[in-house]
Design a protein around this ligand. Structure first.
Ligand SMILES: [Zn+2]
Length: 340
């Protein structure tokens, strides 16, 4: 049904869309951090929009007919690739767009996934030195689309490049300020491998490089072991992921939440993490503070949802016993109702 809607929408665009054509060169990017990078390089020749909204999860986004319309009208589509946006090829194909599709990680050596064979970790932007390759690819695509503005785009690129180089040095120095034995970062999903490799911090996440796979009991046990052995004071939730699982782990291990990190989406534009540079700076400050000074907040008390997670943590015989008990209660209630 979803595909039919997209196809129908594109037929409508083909017959009526050109009436609304504007002079600007239209760019569409898959996620907010790439939009911000492009905005730092763009001249007035361009306008840009983003497919996945702020706070959305690009790993498992459901494209809407309005996305297909925007892609169909675009002149340039910017994507991360490395299987970050698994849904985007279908969206691009179904939209019937004539846009140039540019993979902005081109030239970056990807980190292999430790979880999936022959698969790469998509989160290359989490290393500020990789952002230099991202912006070079974006700059080249912009110059190709608006050669008359090449000089202005190049000047924007040079200025932004300087800021990225300074950011990279800033992160390096700040992470080095954490005592070596305390450099352990525990998050919800495995988005920080590039960050950890570049800046020298050990990573441990409950979920893998994609948020599509469910966490297993073995993941919870593994992370809990690292917290205990490493004497880790704080764990960190992520803006695009439900924090309940990590809060439960924090509570079970009597540690706190060091703060909220941003990986797959920027924060609102008015917030400190509302730009790409602001996001990496916010993450770094939060990590440094949480690992040196301890958590900002205690893990929240158990809610009804959390007790389900506790159930997952129980040994199998106990889980069966609890399950049978719950079934008994439900049956008793149903039988009583029938009698009434
Ligand atoms: Zn991710």
């Amino acid at each position: 049904m979803k595909h039919l809607l997209i196809v129908l929408f594109c037929i409508t665009c083909a017959f009526g869309g050109s009436l609304h054509a504007q002079d600007k060169i239209k760019i569409i990017s898959s996620a907010s951090m790439f939009t911000d990078m492009a905005e730092n390089l763009m001249t007035d020749d361009f306008e840009i929009s983003t497919i996945v909204p702020i706070g959305g999860d690009p790993h498992k986004y459901n494209a809407r007919p309005s996305d297909a319309r925007r892609v169909s009208q675009a002149d340039l589509v910017l994507i991360n690739g490395l299987t970050f946006e698994g849904w985007i090829t279908e969206l691009i194909n179904n939209s019937g767009t004539k846009a140039d599709v540019v993979t902005i990680t081109e030239g970056i050596t990807p980190i292999s996934s430790t979880q999936y064979a022959n698969s790469s970790d998509p989160h290359a932007w989490m290393d500020a030195s990789n952002a230099l390759t991202y912006v070079k690819n974006i700059k080249n695509a912009l110059v190709q689309k608006a050669p008359a503005s090449a000089e202005a785009i190049e000047a924007n690129y040079e200025a932004y490049k300087e800021k990225l180089i300074a950011l990279d040095e800033e992160i390096m120095a700040k992470i080095k300020s954490i005592p070596a034995e305390k450099r352990i970062l525990i998050t919800s999903h495995d988005a920080f491998q590039y960050y950890g490799t570049r800046y020298g911090i050990r990573l441990e996440a409950i979920m893998g490089i994609s948020t599509e796979a469910e966490a297993q009991t073995s993941d919870i046990t593994r992370v809990s072991k690292v917290i205990k052995e490493g004497n880790v004071p704080s764990v960190f939730v992520e803006s695009t992921i439900n924090p309940k699982m990590l809060q439960q782990i924090a509570k079970d291990n009597e540690v706190g939440i060091g703060g909220e990190l941003f990986a797959d989406s920027l924060d609102d534009p008015s917030k400190p993490a509302g730009t790409y540079i602001g996001m990496l700076r916010h993450n770094t400050n939060t990590i440094v503070d949480g690992l040196i000074n301890g958590p900002k907040e205690k893990a929240q008390e158990n809610s009804a949802d959390d007790s389900l997670i506790s159930l997952v943590n129980m040994p199998m015989p106990l889980r069966i016993a609890v399950g049978l008990g719950m079934l008994g209660i439900v049956l008793t209630v149903l039988l009583k109702r029938r009698k009434i």
